[in-house]
Design a protein around this ligand. Sequence first.
Ligand SMILES: Nc1ncnc2c1ncn2[C@@H]1O[C@H](COP(=O)(O)OP(=O)(O)OP(=O)(O)O)[C@@H](O)[C@H]1O
Ligand SMILES: CC(C)(CO)[C@@H](O)C(=O)NCCC(=O)O
Ligand SMILES: [K+]
Length: 342
Amino acid sequence: MKLLVDIGNSRVKWTTMDNNGLNESQSFDRNKSGIKASLNKVWKTLSEIESVYVANVAGEKIAAQLTEWTEKQWNLTPKFIQAEKKHFGVTNAYDEPAKLGIDRWLSLISARQHARLAQCIIDCGTAITVDIVTKAGQHQGGMIIPGISIMKSSLVNNTDALTTDTDDQEFKTLATNTYSAIQTGTLYAVTATIERIISDLKESFNNRIRFIITGGDAQALLPLLSDDVHYYPDIVLKGLAFYARQDKAKPAEKNKSKAQKSQISSDVDGQEKTETAADVTDKTAPNTVETSTENDNPSPETITEEKKKPARKPRKTRATKPKSPAKTKKQASDPSLPEEAI
Ligand SMILES: Nc1ncnc2c1ncn2[C@@H]1O[C@H](COP(=O)(O)OP(=O)(O)OP(=O)(O)O)[C@@H](O)[C@H]1O
Ligand SMILES: CC(C)(CO)[C@@H](O)C(=O)NCCC(=O)O
Ligand SMILES: [K+]
C-alpha cells in the first residue's frame, strides 16, 4: 500500500492507495508545535506501507518531522514531489517551474488527466489559488488570493474591535453584528472574485472551459457560486497518485540518500510516461470523480461528474450559509458543457 500525503498550510490530508485505487481521504489540523503527535495518532495503526508520496507547501520543518517519523516507524523515506516543467500531459507556465506550489501542479495534473478540456481549478484552502490549463495541457498561469480564514484573521489582527469570537450562529447578509459582518464581507469578497474570474475566463475561452472547485472551504462556497462550478475533492491527492503509479514497477525504496530523497526529478529524457487516468481510480464513491480514459486522441470527452461529497461536520464557528449572494446551486454534471474545448 502506498501512502499519499498533502500537507497544506492549515491541514494535512492523506489517503492510502492500493491496486484498486484510492481509499477515503482523511485529514487533521496542523499543530503549530509539530505533527508527530498527530502522526502517532493517525498512522500508528497503518501497516504494509511500502512508499510515501508527499506534496508539501508548508516548509522544511514539517517535511523533516514527517521524514523522521516514517524513517523511524517504517524505515521509509518519503518522496517529496516537486513541480516540473512538463509531466503527465501538463506544461507548467511558471518562469521557474519548481516555484509553482506543488498542490497547484498536482491539481493541474489531476484535472488534465480527468478530462481533456480547458479547465480552471479554484483551490480554496489557506490561500485560494486559481490555475488554468488548456485542452492541450498548457498551463496558462493563475492567481493567489487570501483564503477566507486569512481574510478574517487579518481583520481581527489589525483592528482593535473586530473579533470572530462569538457563539452567534446567525447570519444576515447585511449584518447587524461584528461576527456576521466579517462572515458576510469575506464570503462576498471571495465569491465576487471567483464569479468575476469565471466570467472573464468564459469570455476568453468562448465558454469552452470547465470550472473546478476544491479545498477546505470549497463546500462552504459552492452554494454561493454559479451552477457550472464542479466540486472535485482530494484533487491534490489524486495528482499524487499519478506519481505513485508511475513508480509501480520499482521496488520499495528504502534508505535513500539525502540527495535522492528530497524530490522526484523530472524525466531525464523529457519523455512522459503514459499514465492512464483509469489507473487512479478512487474507491470512495460517492465522492468519486469518474475519470475519463486517457489516450492521445480522446473522442469525444465523456465526463461523469461526481455527486456531492457528504457534508463535513459543521465547525463550531461556521455561520449558516447565506442565501445571497448565491444563485441556487446545481451540483454535478453539466450536459451543456461543449465536448470540444480550447
Ligand atoms: N474540519 C475542518 N478543519 C479545519 N479546517 C476546515 C475544516 N473544514 C473546512 N475547513 C476550512 O478549510 C480551510 C483550509 O483548507 P485546506 O485544508 O484546503 O487548506 P490547506 O491545504 O491547509 O492550505 P494551502 O494548501 O492553501 O496551504 C480552513 O481555512 C478552513 O476554513
Ligand atoms: C499558494 C499556496 C500556499 C497554496 O497552497 C501554495 O501553492 C504555495 O505555497 N505556492 C508557492 C508559490 C506559488 O505557487 O507561486
Ligand atoms: K491545498
